[in-house]
Design a protein around this ligand. Structure first.
Ligand code: SIN
Length: 280
């Protein structure tokens, strides 16, 4: 069967059928990559993807960035485990964010494989930062043009950070890590050239040359613009579902609405490239 693409919404997300990721390579892989670059996230159903297949696909895609914080699969350290146990309250990634923006060369994206799902709930929302940027008023576009922002994960993962105060704290690694990166607030997608808003509520702290307090009013305006429902799609997971997303062009938010049930996903983070500012 030939590869078929069905956009999930006008702004973000595409369902792709007619391929098995375990075998995807060559021109088919290139078509898949272009779809992820264009739509932000691709959803593939009925996949049979062993841990070895998962690693091989990420390697063919262009390389793996090992996550510093999540528990790793014992046998396959390339695979980070995104797990909420049945008796835990907190989930990983349960607020809007983009992965690894605290690295100076942030990860390109992720390949997330559903391994254990609750009977209902546990969907993941995605929002497109190209659509968010396009919809900013001319005044806001003017305001953010040329700004750069500081990103870090230290307040999230450090021994007194956000996760340490939850029942997820003891599952995580890397509390001693120090991170920090400066990125343009508006970047150009390295492959499509599209302008993208590149700040996020989890890891962006302040604009360069401003304090947190000075930065917050504008950051909040940008976050409101970025989370408009019209620029979002919802990935509903089923057994055999795999999602592949682009961290430069999307944010995501893993919904935590399945108390009493376990959910386990396997994530490989794909290596990225340096980000450049978008000039007029
Ligand atoms: C994440 O990578 O933030 C987790 C996404 C999810 O569990 O759906």
């Amino acid at each position: 069967m030939a590869l078929q693409m069905n956009p999930m919404t006008p702004d973000v997300g595409v369902e792709i059928s007619g391929i098995q990721l375990a075998e995807t390579d060559g021109a088919e892989l290139e078509a898949l990559q272009n779809a992820v670059f264009e739509h932000g996230v691709a959803v593939l159903r009925d996949q049979v993807l062993s841990p070895e297949d998962h690693i091989a696909l990420a390697t063919r895609w262009g390389g793996i960035d090992i996550n510093n914080y999540f528990p790793l699969e014992d046998e396959y350290p390339e695979i980070a485990i995104v797990r909420k146990k049945a008796d835990q309250q907190t989930n990983i990634g349960g607020a809007w964010h983009t992965d690894h923006s605290y690295d100076q060369i942030p990860a390109m994206g992720s390949i997330l494989v559903a391994r254990q799902l609750p009977p209902s709930g546990g969907d993941t929302l995605f929002a497109h930062m190209g659509a968010a940027y396009d919809a900013l008023s001319p005044e806001l576009k003017e305001k953010v043009e040329g700004l750069r922002a500081f990103h870090t994960a230290d307040h999230v993962y450090s021994p007194d950070g956000l996760y340490a105060q939850t029942d997820m704290g003891s599952d995580l690694r890397g509390q001693e890590m120090k991170t920090g990166a400066i990125h343009p607030v508006v970047i150009r997608h390295p492959r499509t050239g599209r302008k993208l808003l590149y700040v996020n509520p989890a890891f962006t702290i302040h604009f360069e040359g401003q304090t947190r307090e000075e930065s917050l009013p504008l950051l909040r305006q940008l976050y409101d613009a970025a989370t408009l429902e019209e620029h979002q799609c919802r990935v509903v997971w089923k057994a055999g579902t795999v999602a592949i997303w682009d961290n430069r062009s999307t944010w995501h938010n893993a919904l935590n609405d399945y108390p009493g049930y376990a959910r386990e996903m396997h994530r490989i983070t794909l290596s990225g490239e340096a980000l450049g500012a978008a000039k007029h």
